[in-house]
Design a protein around this ligand. Structure first.
Ligand code: NAI
Ligand code: MG
Length: 481
């Protein structure tokens, strides 16, 4: 693949100092392409371009109806090019091809959804008195920095770019250094569909070099970040210095509660998917599986049997159900939890095998692992592993289950498996998390709010809630006396 450039002010440009870095195929360890490595000078150019585009009204002055039409054209192009985009994404991120295909379709949905909201989300209040009226006018917040992770590269980009553009903002997208390619494709499509220059800029590069300058710069009005808790904490603090509107979508250690009255097979299948889907590299992974004591032994056995069915292999092979981790560094981090689990006294109930195909020998594969008899105080139950490592924890009754579920610094998601509708609602209400699934795991409909309680983040994405992150509400008071 050709060298990839930055996209700034409608032009494909090299980094100012001409530096590049490699993006790697996690399944083989091979270099896919060289990508421009942006630093502060490049960030400065991108910010200036986005600022100018915003201040000149190149996009914010475009009527919402026309903005919506352009978003719909982007959605259409994502559908049309879904095969190629999915292949690229699968290769860059080590995602199963079928999952990458779904991500592209969901990214398209994102643009369709926000096209609708661009023309329908206003505001209104009753007149404050007989001789006055207040108008509520949503206005774009301005220049938005969008910093995305490597686990769902195109989808996370779409989840932020679509509402930012729907609101009338201009944006600088900083994709993760491990997976920069699909963000560049999105910019290409947007440009080909007529998005004015400077409205969407893409800075590829590393967090401290290309991302940090965006968060510090007073010309940037908002930042939307998805990634680690550690970086999120820094971004929140730095962004507050210049009063940026800030959305943080961070980590989790989400509980998955299996009650004895659950549909057993569905609960086992869903619980396994909840932590093994995309190798566990999912912010909402249900990595703590809490199981009621009366079905505990049977459940652990069934979970292990389920994990044993997973087939690790090349992400493009249709037989494969589990791909590689994102990088060698990340694999080393995930691997360290094997030691922590053993040292803390958890029982290693299952450990799969990595592929033997010599073509994949340099890939970053890691086997699915199940630790049973886990205590919620152990590191494997407290820290986000972001890998295919399940911690199974027994509980006696509903109150204990809720207490364990909430005994975590995080609060992104939870799953509750039960056939008792009252319990389903009771437990859902009692869990301190932004998303609770009942008898399911991981769906994230585009219409519904997504985000965390506690250390899992600040603010909400998706649906009309996601649009608000990119809007300022102005009231105009009319004295009609
Ligand atoms: P990270 O938080 O370092 O990276 C996420 C994004 O932030 C990337 O685009 C990165 O370049 C950027 N970034 C890094 N430092 C920055 C800074 N100082 N200023 C501005 N932008 C910065 O995540 P990383 O290191 O790739 O993964 C580490 C852990 O984070 C994972 O093991 C996992 O636990 C968690 N994570 C959570 C994700 C989620 O979906 N919530 C996604 C990716 C990682
Ligand atoms: Mg890559």
């Amino acid at each position: 693949m050709d060298d990839q450039r930055l996209y700034i002010d409608g032009a494909w440009v090299e980094a100012q100092d001409g530096e590049t870095f490699a993006t790697i195929d996690p399944a083989t360890g091979e270099e896919i392409a060289r990508v421009a490595r942006a630093r502060a000078g490049d960030a400065d150019r991108a910010i200036a371009a986005a600022r100018r585009a915003f201040d000149e009204g190149r996009w914010s002055a475009v009527p919402p109806r026309e903005r919506a039409a352009l978003l719909r054209r982007i959605a259409h192009r994502l559908h049309t090019e879904a095969d190629e985009l999915a292949r690229l994404e699968s290769r860059d991120a080590g995602k199963l091809l079928a999952d990458a295909r779904e991500d592209v379709e969901e990214a398209a949905e994102m643009f369709d959804h926000y096209a609708g909201l661009a023309t329908s989300e206003g505001g209104e209040v009753p007149p404050p008195g007989p001789d006055a009226m207040s108008l509520v006018v949503p206005e774009p917040v301005g220049v938005a920095a969008l910093i995305t992770p490597w686990n769902f590269p195109l989808l996370m980009a779409a989840q932020k770019v679509a509402p930012a553009l729907a609101a009338g903002c201009t944006a600088i997208l900083k994709p993760a250094e491990q997976t920069p390619l699909s963000a560049l494709e999105l910019a290409r499509i947007a440009a080909e569909e007529g998005l004015p220059d400077g409205v969407l800029n893409v800075l590829t590069g590393f967090g401290p070099e290309a991302g940090a300058p965006l968060v510090e710069d007073p010309r940037v009005d908002a930042v939307s970040f998805t990634g680690s808790e550690a970086v999120g904490r820094v971004i929140g603090r730095v962004a507050a210095e210049t009063f940026k509107r800030t959305t943080l979508e961070l980590g989790g250690k989400s509980p998955n509660l299996v009650f004895a009255d659950a549909d057993f097979e569905a609960a086992i299948e869903g619980s396994a998917l909840g932590v093994f889907f995309h190798q566990g590299q999912v912010c909402s992974a249900g990595s703590r599986v809490l199981v009621e004591q009366t079905i505990y032994d049977t459940a652990v056995e069934a979970l292990c049997a389920q994990a044993a069915e997973l087939r690790l292999g090349h992400p493009a092979d249709p037989e494969t159900t589990m791909g590689p981790l994102i990088s060698a560094e990340h694999r080393a981090k995930v691997n360290s939890y094997l030691e922590h689990g053993r040292a803390d006294g958890a029982r290693l109930a299952h450990m799969g095998t990595v592929p033997t195909d010599p073509k994949l020998a340099n890939g970053f594969f890691f086997p699915p692992v199940i630790f049973a008899d886990v205590d919620n105080t152990m590191r494997i139950a407290r820290e986000e592993i972001f890998g295919p490592v399940m911690a199974v924890i027994p509980f006696g009754d509903e109150d204990e289950a809720i207490a364990i579920a909430n005994d975590t610094p995080y609060g992104l998601a939870a799953a509750v498996w039960t056939t008792d509708v009252k319990r389903a609602v009771r437990v859902s209400r009692a869990i301190r998390a932004g998303v609770v699934w009942v008898n399911d795991s991981q769906p994230a409909p585009v219409e519904a709010p997504w985000g965390g309680f506690k250390a899992s983040g600040v603010g909400r994405e998706l649906g009309r809630y996601g649009l608000r992150a990119f809007q300022e509400l102005k009231q105009i008071y009319l004295n009609l006396e």
